[in-house]
Write a protein that binds this ligand. Sequence first.
Ligand code: G6P
Length: 369
Amino acid sequence: DEIEKSGYPHFMLKEIFEQPRAIADCLRGRLDVKNHSVQLGGLTDVLDQLVNADRLVIAACGTSWHAGLVGEYLFEHLAKLPVEVEYASEFRYREPLIDENDVMLVISQSGETADTLAALRTAKERGALALGVCNVVGSTIARDTDAGVYTHAGPEIGVASTKAFTTQVSVLAMMAILLGQKRNTIEEEYAARLIEELNRIPDKVEQILDRSESVKEMAELFTYAPNFLYLGRTYNFPVALEGALKLKEISYIHAEGYPAAEMKHGPIALIDAMMPVVVIAATDHTNDKMISNIEEVKARKGRIIGITGEDNEEVINLSEFSCPIPETEDCLSPLLTSIPLQLLSYYIAVNRGCDVDQPRNLAKSVTVE
Ligand code: G6P
């Protein structure tokens, strides 16, 4: 056990710090920066069908579902492909409207989640092409899909998913760029920029990890907060959900993720001097709106933790604490903004004496329905 943790006190921390390598492994051989192209060998045989699909339905559970939500924004933005993201457990018990013109994409780290497998089988019975994004090679879901892409994150032992999430989002970004190019919905110059930027993501993740000490210090101050609110917009709304989930899973603090604008329809009533609010403000075109959200929180004495671009002085100055992240393309920002949130939940859980790698009541892979 100790040897496998390579000197880290927990698998979760090891896996957080492995992300530059995990993402690099995931991208390896798939990005051609010089020729501005993406190759996903696992999809070659089904690419035409995927390019001509009417709709993509994404089904998953837990953290993988959050990756799916980022995927929705990516596919709609880059490939102009309508997407629906479903909780696998809901999809399977409805009478889902899905047919041979649709593509079902299931996302699963383990490839064994019972509800996700059932959603996949339901979609296949109705004639949809079934694709998978899995981490575990040869897993049941990987075998049951018609085609797919592995994340190549390496084994993930900590129950709370970290490197599986960032590699899932990396795969979805590559798929969306590839589809955008094939469907002619993405400008060549923009595709080239995204491919170059994806290639730089491992280094940028490394830069964020180099500043982990400051997240640790911040965690000291919030260790005993009873509640947390996470707010994000567009690509970073799923990151808000994921940040809140991480905190719940391992530190047992009640946390909610919300699209920032929805705050005024409920959560704003909870804000007072006891409420830390994590604001993920890393998408340019919603920056002004996020700044007004921050002001609304501050007017109620809420405490702002800002996750924002390192050049975004306005948000940094308005935040009580901030985690500046290197600048990147808006649609790739979840690959960076999710990192400080993983670290924050990890350090808080450790301070609270929680069993980080094996939180109570949770399983790494849920094979019951
Ligand atoms: C469990 C794990 C989560 C994971 C979810 C889906 O709840 O604790 O970390 O996100 O299952 O798992 P999968 O293997 O399908 O991605």
